[in-house]
Ligand binder design. Structure first.
Ligand SMILES: C[S@@+](CC[C@H](N)C(=O)[O-])C[C@H]1O[C@@H](n2cnc3c(N)ncnc32)[C@H](O)[C@@H]1O
Length: 267
């Protein structure tokens, strides 16, 4: 007998797919838009409606991609990327920009996103308000150790240190370019934040009072397993946007319903 998955489990699977692999979904959407756009192009050619220029083609491609991305539920910055990407390509082609620029952009992109193919957690920044939410959870009278696992370009840590410099801040990041940026920027600012390059899975979380993650639903069960094994009693695990399945959080902060929540579990 074939058991149909319930609507909610399908929705959950879809949510997990979208948040875990937005990059793949974004490419798929561009390809679907290209097919739709090509059909439109053939129709206008067949019926001699009007002549489609490359800039018009790219504008329609951007609009199709934006609309599909919106209905699929991609985040707002993906909508912007989906619209701008084909238009930039068309403008670059029209202006005749040097191929070295494409190569540089491709290398930058690969250095930011290729490692996330394996970890299934791409880079996307958390909102600025997360810094104050995180700080509200740190008692001000103690020199806590705080780590952002998957620290990206270090935005969360730099922001927190500016407001509350007394904590010991750490970041670990898998993608070379974001890590290099945070490391060099930290050196330039003479910041005491320690930025490590590597996978958080290899790090012992016992050293930290507060562990903050903004990763993806896919990794939450294994992150909880690691936290339970390694984190000390009294420490705190925080996750932005993604809850641990079947484990009600001790803390939920969501000042604005349009923003994702910050979840916390006391160990
Ligand atoms: C959603 S971004 C969050 C960035 C930053 N923490 C923030 O809140 O703005 C997730 C980051 O985790 C990194 N990442 C993914 N898997 C990782 C792993 N196993 N170890 C270390 N970093 C990882 C990604 O490269 C990406 O930069």
């Amino acid at each position: 007998m074939i058991v149909e998955p319930s609507k909610s489990s399908l929705l959950l699977r879809w949510a997990s797919l979208v948040s875990g692999r937005p990059f793949v979904i974004a490419i798929a959407i561009q390809l679907i838009s290209l097919c739709l756009n090509y059909c439109l192009f053939c129709l206008t050619e067949a019926f001699h409606f009007f002549t489609i220029t490359i800039l018009f083609f790219s504008l329609i491609q951007g609009l199709f991609s934006l609309l599909i991305s919106y209905f699929v539920g991609l985040k707002w910055w993906w909508l912007v990327i989906q619209f701008l990407l084909p238009n930039f390509v068309a403008i670059f082609l029209a202006v005749g920009i040097s191929p070295n620029i494409y190569l540089t952009l491709l290398i930058v992109f690969l250095l930011c996103y290729v490692p996330s193919w394996a970890s299934r957690v791409p880079f996307y920044p958390s909102s600025r308000s997360i810094q104050t939410q995180l700080l509200s959870l740190l008692p001000q009278n103690k020199n806590h150790s705080f780590i952002d696992i998957g620290s990206g370009f270090g935005g969360v840590l730099f922001g927190m240190q500016r407001i509350h410099p007394n904590c010991r801040y750490f970041g670990i990041e898998l993608a070379p370019l974001p890590w290099l940026f945070s490391f060099l920027f930290g050196k330039l600012k003479r910041s005491s934040i320690v930025f490590k390059f590597g996978r958080y899975e290899k790090l012992n979380l016992a050293e930290f009072d507060v562990v903050f993650a903004y990763l993806s639903p896919v990794v939450m069960p294994s992150l909880w397993g690691k936290a339970k094994r390694e984190m000390q009693a009294g420490s705190l695990l925080l996750s932005y946007e993604f809850p641990i399945p079947s484990l009600p959080p001790h803390i939920t902060i969501q000042p604005d319903l349009n923003q994702p929540a910050l979840f916390g579990w006391r160990i």
